[in-house]
Structures are given as C-alpha cells and as structure tokens.
Design a protein around this ligand. Sequence first.
Ligand SMILES: Nc1ncnc2c1ncn2[C@@H]1O[C@H](COP(=O)(O)OP(=O)(O)O)[C@@H](O)[C@H]1O
Ligand SMILES: [Mg+2]
Length: 196
Amino acid sequence: MKGKFISIEGIDGCGKSTHVKLLARWLRSHGRKVVITDEPTNGATGRIIKRVLIGKLKLPIAAEALLFAADRAQHISEVIKPALKTGKVVLNERYVSSSLAYQSARGLSINWISSINKHALMPDLGILIDVPVDIAFARIKSSRRLDEFERNLRLQERVRRNYLRIARRERLKIVDNTRSCDEVQAEIRKLVSAVL
Ligand SMILES: Nc1ncnc2c1ncn2[C@@H]1O[C@H](COP(=O)(O)OP(=O)(O)O)[C@@H](O)[C@H]1O
Ligand SMILES: [Mg+2]
C-alpha cells in the first residue's frame, strides 16, 4: 500500500487530538494528503459503542470488546485501507492498543483482546502520548464534559499503566507530553519523518 498509517494512543486528555491536528497541518504544508480519523467510529457498530460510553446502554465487557473489534474491522476496510491505497497519510486516534489498555483495565485478558484483534492492519507507526492522569484531568476539566471512562480516575491510572506495559509488545513509541506542545510536536514529527 502506498500511504502511511500512523496511530496515536494514550489516556483521555493526554493530547492526541492536539498533536494530530498539528501533525496534519505540517504534513499538508509539505504536500501530503492527510486523513484524520478515530475510534470508535461513527459507523453502525461505533454508534452502539458510543451509547455504551455515555451510559445509555449496558453490555458485558466482553461484548463491548467485540464491538470495538467489529467497529475496527469496518474502519479498516471502509476508511483506512482506501486512504492508504491512494497514497494518503492516515492519522488515527485510538486503535488496538486502546482496546488492550482499556478492556484489560476492566478485567479482560490481554491475550483474548489481542486474539479478537488479529484481523487489524498493523500501523506503520504507533505513538503513545503519555502524561500522568492528574495532568490529563487538569487539562481537560475546563474544556469539556467528562464521559464515563474519564470520570473514573482509578481506572485511568490502570489504563495508563497498561499502556506503558504494552508499549513494547505493540511497538509504540512513547512520547512524554508533560513538556511544551512545541517540543513534543517536534519529537513526533521526527518519528513520523522516519517512516514517511
Ligand atoms: N503539551 C501540552 N501542554 C499543555 N497543554 C496541552 C499539551 N498537549 C495538550 N494539551 C491540552 O490538553 C487538553 C487535552 O488535549 P487533547 O488533545 O484534547 O487530548 P486527547 O485527544 O488525548 O483527549 C487540551 O486542552 C490541550 O490543549
Ligand atoms: Mg481527542
């Protein structure tokens, strides 16, 4: 495939959307065609997941994990692969590592989550944007309402630890976003340049 698939991971409020936007601006200024996308998607399965996330629908955690995997399959075939085939850079927020970090923090086995995600196309680059949970919370508290996951501070702590634990096996590059946005973005651009 001609394009590049770059996936950004990390807890809520770590800075994914911020850095994706800055990265897209930079890539476009260098003449690259960029697609920004995220999970859960707005597709049929993604919309069910979003009802779960806002507490409108209760499902067993295993069912939730399967929905994320199904949503991902649709995302790959309808959005990611078509964009890659036409040479675009796909900047995606949340992917397999999100499933591993969040669903295992809520009791599922990492190996099982991994097995239901075997279908997923491997990104050319995976970046874990890391900040301590209290910093992420302080940064987002003023700007938007917290969803079900975000409200649970201890869960977020577990998710952050899981991310750091799975970074090696999922080949995620860890970027410390407690520094200034410019400094961090410069590091991210270096990582991206290396795979373009
Ligand atoms: N390096 C940084 N320094 C200070 N604030 C930051 C930094 N990176 C992100 N932020 C701020 O943190 C908040 C959450 O960032 P956001 O990109 O929305 O996170 P996410 O998409 O991971 O949930 C935003 O208000 C953003 O401006
Ligand atoms: Mg975001």
